[in-house]
Each structure stands twice: as C-alpha cells, then as structure tokens.
Design a protein around this ligand. Sequence first.
Ligand code: B12
Length: 215
Amino acid sequence: MRQFYEECKQAVIKGDSDLAQRLATEAIDKKEPILDVIENGFVKGIEEVGRLWEDGAFFLPELVMGAEAIKKALSLLNPVLAEQQKRNFGKGKLVIGTVEGDIHDIGKTLVSTMLSANGFEVYDLGFDVGVDIFIEEASKRGVNCIATSALLTTTMQKQRKIVEALKERGIRKKFRVIVGGAPCSRRWADEIGADGYAKDAVAAVKLIGELIGGS
Ligand code: B12
C-alpha cells in the first residue's frame, strides 16, 4: 500500500481527527485521486477499527474517535470527490437514507455523494430514517428509487419493512428499492424482494444507473 494511504489509515486507527484533516487537505492540495484516498486509506482505517473493536482490543471510545476522524476527513474530501467524479449520465431521482435505529452514515453519505456527482438527483434523508418517512419523501419528491443503508443485523430488518409497506400501500411498482451496507448482500435483497444490492459506492452508481439511469 502506498505510504500516504497507510498514513490516512493510521490516522483513523489512532482516532486522530487533526491528523486526518491535515492528510485530507494534503490529498486535495496534491490533487490526489480522492476516491482512492478514501477507499484505500481512510476506509481501510475504519474497517481496522471495526475489527479491533470486534476482537475486544478497542472499546467504544476508540470506535467513536475513529468514526470522528474519518468523518472529519470526509467532510473535506466529499465535495472534492463530487467535483472529480462529475459526469452526467444519470437521469434518475432517488431518496437515500440509513434506516431507523441506525446511525451509521459514513458509507451512505459516500454513496450519496457519488450518485450526485454522477448526475442523479439525490435527496439524502440522513440517518435513523423511519419506514414512513422513506415512503412519504419518495412519493412527495416523485423519485423512482428508494436506496436504503443498514449497518446492523438488527436494523437491516427495516429494509424488509420498507418493501412490505410499499406492497401494503399498493405502490411497490412505483419504486426500485436498493439495499446496501455491510451486513447486506445480493441474497438479502432477493430474500426481501428488493430490486438490487451493491457492495460499495462505485457499484451503487453502476447498479442505480442500470435500474433508473435511463428513465
Ligand atoms: C464507524 C462505526 C460506528 C460509528 C458510526 C459513525 C457514523 N456516523 O457512521 C459509531 C461509533 C457511532 C458506531 C456505533 C455503533 N456500532 Co458501529 N461500526 C462502525 C464501523 C467500525 C465502520 C462502519 C463504516 O463507516 N464503514 C466505512 C464505510 C465506508 O463502509 P460501509 O458503511 O460499509 O459503506 C459502504 C458499503 O457498505 C456500501 N453502502 C453503504 N450504504 C449503502 C447504501 C446503498 C443503497 C448501497 C447500494 C450501498 C451502500 O457503500 C459504502 C461505501 O463503499 C463498523 C464495522 C464495519 N467494518 O462495518 C461498526 C459496526 C457496523 N458497528 C457495530 C455496532 C454493534 C455498533 C453499536 C451497536 C455499538 C454500541 N454498542 O453502541 C452502535 C450502534 C449505534 C446505532 N444505533 O446505529 C457492529 C454491527 C454488528 C452487527 N452484527 O450488527 C459493527 C459491524 C462492528 C463490529 N465488527 O462488530 N459504529
């Protein structure tokens, strides 16, 4: 791994927000490919924090500090990422959010940024978004897709609830429903009757482009 990416990774593992911000600024100044810096540097750091936490080597404060550090870096990098990735092949409109009970929003925001950069009209509803809010906002905004993020095995059940609620209201066919987040999979999407799953932000742009890009 490039030394610079390693430094970005370590800044997140150490939970050092100042260092993460300095490295993000350096990446911008040096016109680094921002998606690579995010995925090969900062995201590798938060994944390692997650592993250390799972192993019992880290406790909640370290998890929170790691999350703070990557969020600080991304607050600087996301706008530049949007500029670097700017393309205009998307025509679709969508709402995106992290499901109710779940406050993990780092990956969701990355997906949202990439979709906006690729020309989609994105309404980011934030995190801890209730089933009814997803459906009300999607109807109100006239979107063709509801994209949902879930990072917990408990909260991913809300993705099923969204599909069920759309069916109950007789409006399932109006929207493509996409699922994402670490515990999700193609199999999970099939099981709950969603229209698609993507493993990361790049795959999400491709998938959503295929599903609603031409509409
Ligand atoms: C950072 C983090 C936190 C931060 C979140 C900060 C924030 N604002 O997001 C904080 C510290 C707050 C946190 C809290 C908790 N966390 Co946490 N957290 C993580 C951690 C380490 C990283 C998540 C992350 O940001 N990854 C980086 C991003 C870029 O990746 P991503 O989210 O997966 O997103 C990518 C893809 O999944 C995809 N994607 C994401 N969303 C979408 C949506 C669509 C539509 C598509 C197509 C694609 C897509 O594209 C993204 C970009 O590539 C994970 C471990 C892990 N490896 O996932 C644990 C993890 C998710 N957390 C966990 C837990 C248990 C918790 C807590 C319950 C801990 C506690 N006891 O309080 C709380 C829950 C709070 C809540 N109610 O939500 C567990 C979940 C276990 C489980 N089986 O459910 C994990 C897996 C850690 C572990 N190994 O045990 N956490």
